[in-house]
Design a protein around this ligand. Structure first.
Ligand code: ADP
Length: 348
């Protein structure tokens, strides 16, 4: 039997096919320029047939879906039913760019594969254990009640996956581990894990908060939104785009790709040097605060395109934690495999 994992975006569907028993990856791909998700899924299934990976759709044990926002509803992998669909619909308000597309993927599978079991794993689920004192914002309390404003955190599936893999490397149960996990890619986030559970993370109500990223600014003074709106005389949407798509590395030195940033630094580009120094400084600030709230930390665990590949960033982070009695671990994250694993666990 096989497990199909889908990451349905607004114009693309990423997919991976796993062997159910071994969880070995059999195939991965991306269908781009998707206008209709049903059509997109049909094309993916045809491709898997052509590659002799699936003869009959009955070979698919279940479909696992990445869903970005699970709000307060979803704390772990969940089997899709009418109620789950309604809840994902409600959460479209909190993740208007992602949840509607995730839902399209689920509905498209129902249409093409009938009542095959479908499982959702939300990016926010792992962070549902963060206590209120860490997840609430010091805003009028009623905003939480009326608008559900609080930190939800993202990249949860990745933090959970690398925490589990790190626990294995440490020869411990995850529940016995205190970890600081860092997912450093184009999007970046940090997570404080106590006794195997997330107790804080850097991304917030949206993925904008926290570390400096490829194109996102991360933590800034909230008043800057108002100030920029006035100075640039632009719309809320434009401010949103500036903070999410034109800031971070890109805003500071023109590229969001760390490899390009490093090339610029080699050519003595001072903006690129400043950007990298800021990125590392901000990662260290989060590590420092998480060391304080965790007390004893077994390991710092790195993943993501930057975390897995950039010696320079890894060294800078490891150097700063040299005086602490902890282990440094790098893990290649595989969120889809984690979704496949969690789906299998739920259904078996
Ligand atoms: P996303 O968040 O979009 O999944 P990735 O995790 O793929 O992004 O990370 C992309 C980032 O990783 C880019 O900034 C890229 O420059 C960086 N990266 C990838 N390979 C290397 C490398 N060998 N050295 C330095 N940075 C790298």
């Amino acid at each position: 039997m096989k497990i199909l994992v889908l990451n349905s975006g607004s114009s693309s569907i990423k997919y991976k096919l796993f062997n159910k028993e071994t969880l070995n990856e059999l195939h991965s791909g991306i269908k781009e320029e998707v206008k209709d998700h049903k059509e997109g899924i049909e094309k993916i299934l045809t491709k898997l047939k052509e590659k002799n990976l699936i003869d009959d759709p009955k070979e698919i044990f279940c479909v696992g879906h990445r869903v970005v926002h699970g709000g307060d509803f979803f704390t772990k992998a969940t089997l899709v039913d009418e109620d789950v669909i309604k809840k994902i619909e409600i959460l479209c308000e909190l993740a208007p760019l992602h949840n509607p597309a995730n839902l399209e993927g689920i509905k498209a599978i129902s249409v093409t594969l009938g009542d095959i079991p479908q499982v959702i794993v939300c990016d926010t689920a792992f962070h549902q254990t963060i206590p209120n004192y860490a997840s609430f914002y010091p805003l009028p309390y009623e905003y939480y009640e009326k608008y559900h404003i609080r930190k939800y955190g993202f990249h949860g599936t990745s933090h959970q996956y690398i925490a589990q893999a790190a626990a294995k490397e440490l020869g411990k149960e995850l529940e016995e581990c205190n970890l600081i996990t860092l997912h450093l890619g184009n999007g970046s986030s940090a997570c404080a894990i106590k006794d195997g559970k997330s107790i804080d993370t850097s991304m917030g109500f949206t993925p904008l908060e926290g570390l400096m990223m490829g194109t996102r600014c991360g933590d800034i003074d909230g008043s800057l939104v108002y100030y920029l709106e006035e100075k640039l005389d632009c719309s809320r949407e434009e401010i949103y785009n500036i903070l999410n798509k034109e800031s971070g590395f890109k805003g500071l030195c023109g590229t969001n790709d760390l490899r390009e940033v490093i090339k610029l630094i080699d050519q003595c580009d001072t903006h690129a040097k400043l950007a990298l120094d800021m990125f590392i400084y901000r990662v260290k600030k989060y590590i420092g605060s998480y060391l304080m709230i965790l007390g004893k930390v077994d390991a710092i665990v790195l993943t993501g395109g930057i975390g897995e590949n950039s010696q320079l960033v890894r060294h800078a982070i490891y150097e700063s934690t040299d005086k602490f009695d902890l282990v440094h671990i790098t893990i290649n994250t595989d969120e889809e495999k984690s979704i496949a694993m969690q789906s299998r666990e739920l259904l078996d």
